[in-house]
Design a protein around this ligand. Structure first.
Ligand code: PMP
Length: 359
């Protein structure tokens, strides 16, 4: 069996321990004689999986009784529509900070439901940085402020939450969820596709603050798209296998030491990579310092041919999925929670080796 160092941006590396458990439990889930995916979502085993996953999330993030936890489908992309469908009326304005393609897609959908103010757009600077607080021109009486905490494509990440004077934050945390502590009090809603830090693709996590949900008073929302439909019950068949795996990943996160453990580990991993990039001008980081992501480390070499060569050679060294997003090119190492320090060390060794041969 071959396992390589996987730097995929998503669906991304999963903890080996979790994959082994899945393998062991596949044919006979806890003595049920069938796998977890072959049984009712209303049955004892699955409802326990659902409950456990929610309890674990609640413990890890300290949610208390303030938030509803939902496992939905449709990817983070559906949330671009579902958030304004529930929260934005035609005559209301929401603020959307534009730090990349995913933010732009969210802005486009929100515009179908209400007014959108863009307090900052990084487009003219190729989304190479995160705005400072004084660049954010929020609207008066904004309904919420939407931001993308980590920009998977450009390798930028908000160092901390933007200050909004009490207006609830709505966050697309798809690519840095559970990777660091957050200031929970500031959020009305957080969503994340699972396939980076949380599990396999197929399930989208939505956390919504009770008091924020109460303010969602739009009528005539299709039942399945109304958050209230999902707030207190399993409404329809969820992606059971994906949620089961999310529960195992959350168990693994808890056993390792929780979010603070991963925050430290992710700082260490990203420091190693950025140090290798910054040593001289053979590699150059694409995100501005101060905006650099601890999840997606993006960099370039001096030509596209050299990048091609780098990617080919990396594969020979069992380092895979390092190609940058098709819209920006270059190299991207995605180093989510399940990417080990050993994998990052192997990449750094390779980068130094490649430089010695081609510098
Ligand atoms: N937001 C961010 C920050 C992402 O990285 C992605 C996927 N790469 C998406 C949204 C879209 O997610 P999905 O494919 O689950 O719709």
């Amino acid at each position: 069996m071959k396992r390589v160092h996987n730097f995929s941006a998503g669906p991304a590396a999963l903890p080996t321990e979790v994959l082994k458990t899945v393998q062991e439990e596949l044919l006979d889930y806890h003595g049920d004689g069938v796998s977890i995916m072959e049984q009712s979502h209303r049955g004892k085993s699955y409802t326990q999986v659902d409950r456990e996953a929610k309890e674990r999330l609640s413990r890890l993030l300290g949610l208390g009784n303030d938030f509803k936890i939902m496992f939905l489908q449709g990817g983070a992309s559906s949330q671009f529509m579902q958030v304004p469908y529930n929260f934005l009326k035609e005559d209301q304005t929401a603020d959307y900070i534009n730090t990349g393609i995913w933010s732009k897609k969210a802005i486009k959908e929100a515009g179908l439901f209400g007014k959108v103010n863009v307090p900052y757009s990084g487009e003219s600077e190729h989304f190479s940085r995160i705005p400072s607080q004084d660049e954010l021109n929020f609207s008066d009486n904004g309904r919420y402020v939407h931001f993308t905490s980590n920009n998977t494509i450009y390798g930028t990440q908000f160092p901390k939450e933007p200050e909004t004077n009490g207006v609830p934050l709505v966050c697309d945390a798809s690519s840095d969820f559970l990777s660091r502590k957050i200031d929970l009090d500031r959020y009305g809603l957080i969503y994340a596709g699972a396939q980076k830090n949380l599990g396999p693709s197929g399930v989208t996590l939505v956390l919504v603050r009770n008091s924020f949900l109460e303010t969602a008073d739009k009528s005539e929302i299709p039942t399945i798209l109304n958050y209230k439909t999902h707030a207190d019950r399993i409404f329809n068949t969820p992606p059971t296998f994906a949620v089961y795996m999310v529960n195992l990943v959350l168990k693994w996160v808890e056993e390792k030491g929780g979010i603070s453990y991963f925050e430290q580990l992710n700082a260490k991993k990203s420091d190693l990579l950025y140090s290798a990039i910054d040593t001289d001008d053979f590699y150059s980081g694409t995100a501005q310092k101060g905006s650099r992501s601890k999840m997606n480390v993006t960099f370039r070499l001096r030509s596209e041919q050299m990048e091609e060569h780098f990617l080919n050679e990396a594969e020979k060294h069992n380092l895979v999925a390092l190609k940058g997003h098709r819209t920006v090119g270059g190299i991207r190492a995605s180093i989510y929670n399940a990417c080990t320090l050993e994998s990052v060390e192997a990449l750094v060794d390779f980068m130094n080796y490649f430089k010695s041969k081609n510098g």
